[in-house]
Design a protein around this ligand. Sequence first.
Ligand code: MSP
Length: 651
Amino acid sequence: MSCHEKAYITTPIYYVNDIAHIGHAYTTIIADTVARYSRMSGLDTFFLTGTDEHGQKIEESAKARGKTSQEYADEISATFKNLWDDFGISYDKFIRTTDPEHMKGVQKAFSVMYDNGDIYKDVYKGHYCISCETFFPESQLVDGEFCPECGKSTTIVEEESYFFKLSAYEDRLLAWYKENPNCILPKSKRNEVIRFVEGGLDDLSITRTSFDWGVKLPKELNDPKHVMYVWLDALMNYITALGYGTDEANMDFWPARVHLIGKDILRFHAIYWPAFLMSLGLPMPKHIAAHGWWTRDGEKMSKSKGNVVNPREVADAYGLDNFRYFMLREVPFGGDGDFSQKALIDRINSDLGNDLGNLLNRLIGMSGKYFEGKVDSGNVAKYYQSELDEVHASLEKLEPLLFNMQIHRYLEELWRPLSVANRSIDKYQPWTLMKEGKEEEAMALNGLIAAILGKVAVMLYPVMPDTCKKISDALSFNIDNRSWSALVKENKLLETFTIEKIPPLFPRVEEPLLEEIKPADIKTEAKVETKTETKTEKKEEGVALIGIDQFFQTSLKVGTVVKAEEVPKSKKLLLLQVDVGEDEPRQVVAGIKEWYSAEDMLGTQVCVVANLKPAKLMGYKSEGMLLAAKDEDGLCMIRPEKPKKPGTNIG
Ligand code: MSP
């Protein structure tokens, strides 16, 4: 491998409507691992991450918090950057889609695609999910209305739009997938993409006129009411970060060696992105690697479910490197994984504590007891060649596993040398060798164990950088391209050194270190009386304090009841249509019939929790919850003091 070979590695850019959870950390940690390995192996590496800041969803989140879109984006983008900095993520650039250079680059790309005839203007009509920033055909909607990805209500959008001629790229895309069996990893995902494209591609609407928060079209098109579709804007980050359309300084890093993504955004990366690149006349990325989902208790993690695991909390409690190891080892790349503290503790105590930490302790103990800490590799090959061969055979398998994103297998294979080492101590018994006066053989065994630990530390470094640095310090060498070449590629041993005693690397974890995070109770959605009771009970015990951010996660709006009727056969429920300032009224099933008749409610104003996941009550969909207060005297609605426009934010 020449030292000029380039490796460009990317994460998705994260939406700034949410703070980071372990799903985001997972993508970033995999990318960081690949980037660290690339650098160590001598590749000229560029690692990109950043934030995706435009679009209707962000505009609305900002409004709901009384901030400008830019203020809001600045704030959340910084939380991602701080987290990655605190995690020591080795990115070379943190891009923001609000960076002026990025926006210029996107406009440039738009012009190029327009000029070569791939973009035309027409009218778009379709079902749009604001939360996913995606159009869905009617056939994919749940109950003819709800988003198949997130379950939220979609809206019908009819507007003038520019289109990208995606349909014209069908054959070229299929040829690319077929000629490059590893272009999409894992391979099973490539087959899914091929089947999808073979089913036919529609042209893609790539501009919007219904909101402002986005990149404007290039000036020469003279069409200021359009902003670019957020996915077009976002995908371009992979080239604008290298200077596309501005100074082009780093464009020689293109094409990407790997775009790391989650499986939910594969369609955008494996279909739209290559088609855009073909239109721009740029080469295809080498790999698009899609990992699976982290769930909690089998459910997708999301803010609204309250089951989000905070990566900072886990890393603080268990150690960042341990957390990194766990995430990469626990789940086969591409598969889903359920986060549990028990599984994390098992990995720490068993793989890390028993197999690795203990081995280092044994080496420190052995060398201290018999050789005053000295380790000399001089006679290792004389006594332990077969062990060395076995170790080398494992090490040779590693690099392709990493670059093909089989990181769980990489770690599994990397543990074989550790078991060779542990087995050798048990088999050759240094204490017996010493008793029998075979000092040279005992020292060689010492050298073997040290060499294995050194080699493993080098190859484990990309996954556990701090821990491996401690190991290499104890063994008196530095982890870098030189030691990687010597210990891994050339199968050399460590030079003679005196071992440094260090405290145990992986103290045993006896019990969970974090309080269980309970998923929010979603069964009670729209059941006003249940919710208010819970609130009262809690108050008596003293309510837990929350930050303002948590409060603002709830979207509260003023609504006007435009239709009210009874739910047949129900003593408690009314079926209301509530205007909350959207195209169509929301249907809300409210458990208030004991206190309010349908007539009482009609035409009145109410306060609506507007971002609850839709629920079904007695067969009726409910898309919100009304605020009410209940005590021994009964229940009363909470309403604005003066009439307010439907849709007015409360907070
Ligand atoms: N902004 C887009 C990406 C644009 S890239 C040109 C986006 N952002 S995101 O913040 O919603 O998600 C970013 C990444 O986090 C995706 O790869 C997604 O798959 C990953 N994850 C988000 N939640 C996840 C889990 N619960 N588990 C694993 N990864 C998940 O999509």
